[in-house]
Design a binder for this molecule. Structure first.
Ligand SMILES: Nc1ccn([C@@H]2O[C@H](COP(=O)(O)OP(=O)(O)OP(=O)(O)O)[C@@H](O)[C@H]2O)c(=O)n1
Ligand SMILES: O=C(CO)[C@H](O)[C@H](O)COP(=O)(O)O
Length: 392
């Protein structure tokens, strides 16, 4: 086993294994397993033969980001897990270090994998045993073993396992239906064990189709909030609010909120902090991108798009009867340039032109079409459409 490397909580710096610094205090939250020292081992040393691609599945990209980073992100939300040990092959050690750095994972130790999953887990446990000369991770009371290729779980799933580890003895049922690790633990460790019912979300990425399923689930999750950034000049009956109403009808399960940016942009920053990944920027009767650019600037300054692609739809309400659209296209085409720029920061920018007709029926139809297009752009997060100008 190689000396592990861990990232210090609060910095992305990687350094030789030092003492555990993750969520050091237990019992702090109401749901935490009080006063128990808990660590997690993520076996990630497999080659993913059944996936049938050259890249081991834990490093395959899901919405642009390696699968293991999604799992780590979910685990990092659990503040009572003190240390996270990721077990990877020597060959993939550098890849894993760069993932930790790029996606700013904190408090991770790396350990070299073994030839089988059980050997990898054993190496992870040894790093936590507290008896290695070079290893100063403190010895936990409970260790959660979680496959790196199971990105979907809730804190509650882990809580149940930790509580069971503390409270239960072993039953005949557990022996009969227990999983592989459980059999080993019972045979060799003189430990008590309990089988805990998991949620259906705990499924494992095994085949290629599972990567598509994982991506769809994540897309769905991050598309649950939409922020409409209003044009300052708007009033209640005007375009932005009309679009908001139609969008709410079109996406009745999605939380659609609108905001008029305040002078220092703090209300938009607040929405960014709440992890909203979809923005619709209103521009009424104008082909300039002033409002959109302000929003893009704020998004670029934030770290929001490090983890997921952020969609921004720049909506331009133009009355098609007030002169031909072709005259306005030249300035609207600037969107291509902006889109290429912000793509570097994982922001997907598209343009949408809505017919701001005086004819109520035409306006409603255009708004409805616009809402359908916005919904599709947000749901699909398809980078092939960035910089495109769509017409509703
Ligand atoms: N020597 C090994 C083999 C597997 N694993 C890890 O154990 C988890 C579950 O194993 P599995 O789904 O079987 O992964 P692979 O062995 O990579 O897949 P396959 O069996 O298709 O080759 C995965 O996170 C995998 O990386 C490990 O740490 N060390
Ligand atoms: O899916 C697996 C490997 O393909 C594991 O066998 C499965 O997660 C069982 O877990 P454990 O060994 O912890 O009982």
């Amino acid at each position: 086993m190689e000396p592990a490397v861990r990232g210090r909580r609060g910095s992305t710096e990687l350094r030789p294994l030092l003492s555990g610094e993750r969520g050091a205090q237990f019992g702090a939250s109401a749901s935490s397993p009080s006063a128990l020292a808990v660590a997690a081992v993520l076996p990630a040393g497999g080659c993913g033969e059944r996936m049938g691609v050259a890249t081991p599945k834990q490093f395959c990209r899901v919405l642009g980001r390696p699968l293991i980073s999604h799992t780590l992100q979910a685990l990092e939300r659990v503040c009572w897990i003190k240390d996270i040990v990721v077990v990877v092959t020597g060959e993939n050690m550098e890849t894993m270090k760069s993932i930790i750095q790029k996606y700013q994972h904190k408090g991770i130790s790396l350990v070299e994998a073994g030839a089988t999953r059980h050997r990898s887990i054993f190496n992870g446990l040894k790093a936590l045993a507290g008896d290695q000369a070079y290893c100063r991770l403190s010895r936990p009371e409970v260790v959660i073993i979680h496959d790196a290729v199971r990105p979907f779980f809730e804190e509650d799933d882990l809580l149940k396992v930790v509580r069971a580890a503390r409270e239960h003895g072993c039953s005949g049922y557990d022996l009969e239906f227990g999983t592989e690790c459980l059999q080993l633990a019972l045979k060799y460790c003189h430990a008590n064990a309990k089988l805990v019912e998991g949620s259906p979300d705990l499924w494992k990425v095994t085949y290629k189709r599972d990567l598509y399923a994982a991506e769809s689930i994540i897309k769905e999750r991050i598309s649950q909030k939409i922020c409409i950034v209003m044009d300052m000049k708007e009033e209640k009956e005007h375009a932005g609010y009309l679009l908001e109403t139609v969008l709410k009808n079109e996406l009745n399960h999605v939380k659609v909120t609108s905001v008029v940016p305040c002078h220092d942009g703090s209300n938009i920053q607040h929405i960014i902090l709440e992890q909203c990944y979809s923005f619709v920027c209103m521009n009424v009767m104008t082909t300039d991108f002033q409002n959109t650019q302000k929003l893009l600037g704020m998004l670029e300054e934030s770290n929001l798009s490090v983890l997921y692609p952020v969609v921004v739809v720049s909506v331009h309400f133009l009355d098609f009867e007030l002169g031909p659209l072709s005259q306005k296209m030249e300035s609207l085409m600037w969107i291509r340039k902006f889109a290429v720029e912000v793509k570097k920061r994982n922001i997907l920018l598209c343009g949408l032109i809505i017919n701001y007709s005086q004819d109520e029926q035409k306006l409603q139809e255009s708004l409805r079409q616009g809402a359908v297009i916005i919904a599709a752009l947000i749901k699909e997060r398809n980078s092939a459409l960035l910089g495109q100008l769509l017409v509703a």
